[in-house]
Ligand binder design. Structure first.
Ligand code: NDP
Length: 289
């Protein structure tokens, strides 16, 4: 099967690496040298022009937002084969992805949204969770294609439902990150050792993905790697808030988390890592991690 992969960023580069072992894979990246590096590392075929990605049975995109995905769809649509399947792994906007699906369907191309969770470690290990929105038959086709980089694959409903649950789960993670920062800062000021504090929290009711997997590396080991841009996390929370708003829901915690993340993004810059919100929360109190 011929598969084209578009977007070799922090997530796409390792995800496409797993696919290169299973499919006849062509990769394209806006910065072409990255596609060439991918070809050298994984034996994929580097496309020099986006148009070279058109002649595929499946096209996978993982780009910053649905806006860039739509730009790529506009450019590539005339080149696509009828019956091809577009798999969008971007953390996108469900309402926009429904429109993208319709535009592609009009040309005989199927569409599923298939965002992922598990971060760059999951992408490297091939243990991502994939949340797919689309018809039953499109889900089954997509499942076979994304399997090499996945540990769990869920069919979440029609087109858009994968994107919907992705931004909601990320917003819940954001709330846990922020509240972990507040709690640990209070304990630090009281004089408690951070390693011990996290050990106790993780043995009790306050534990979360943030306290178990994300915070220790930063707060205990002092490592602050760039794995997920704060601006992209901020975008997810914005989409989650607009989804809640579209359902006439009152969701004050979503709103507040969004305000904190946007403020941190404005202060720290769009290239900061999402976990740097801990530093921002500390600075609000005249403290540093
Ligand atoms: P990166 O910023 O690392 O990579 C973005 C990719 O998109 C790069 O390949 C970049 O190309 C390309 N790109 C950017 N703008 C354009 C454009 N206008 N036209 C074409 N290509 C473009 O992002 P991530 O890999 O971290 O994230 C990608 C998606 O996955 C986002 O939706 C994010 O929310 C989601 N995600 C990220 C996770 C993470 O931990 N990082 C975890 C789960 C989901 P170039 O090399 O030229 O800049």
């Amino acid at each position: 099967m011929r598969v084209s992969f578009i977007g070799l960023g922090a997530m796409g580069f390792p995800m496409a690496g797993h696919l290169a072992k299973n499919f006849d894979l062509t990769v394209w990246n806006r910065t072409g040298s990255v596609a060439q590096e991918h070809a050298r590392t994984f034996g994929s075929g580097a496309a020099s022009k986006l148009a070279d990605c058109g002649d595929a049975d499946a096209i996978i995109t993982i780009l910053p937002t649905s806006r860039e995905v739509d730009e790529i769809i506009d450019e590539l649509a005339p080149k696509l084969k009828s019956g091809a399947l577009w798999i969008d792994s971007t953390s996108g906007d469900p309402l926009q992805s429904r429109q993208s699906a319709k535009r592609l369907n009009d040309r005989g191309v199927r569409f599923v949204d298939a965002p992922v969770t598990g971060g760059t470690p999951g992408a490297e290990k091939g243990t991502l969770t994939v949340m797919i929105g689309g018809s039953e038959s499109d889900f089954r086709r997509a499942q076979d294609i994304v399997k090499p980089f996945s540990a769990k694959i869920f069919h979440c409903g029609g087109v858009g439902m994968g994107h919907a649950i992705k931004v909601i789960t990320n917003t819940m993670n954001a709330a846990n990150i922020w509240v972990a920062g507040e709690g640990l800062l209070a304990l630090k000021k009281l004089g408690m050792d951070m390693k011990l504090a996290l050990e106790v929290i993780n043995a009790g009711s306050g534990r979360s993905n943030a306290t178990e997997n994300l915070v220790p590396k930063r707060v205990v080991d002092g490592q602050w790697p760039l794995t997920f841009k704060l601006s992209l996390h901020d975008k997810d929370i914005r989409i989650a808030n607009s989804l809640a708003h579209s359902q006439h829901l009152v969701s004050p915690v979503f709103g507040l988390v969004g305000q904190f993340f946007t403020a941190a993004c404005n202060e720290l810059g769009h290239q900061a890592d999402y976990m740097d919100v801990l530093k921002y929360a500390a600075r609000m109190n005249g403290e540093e991690w």
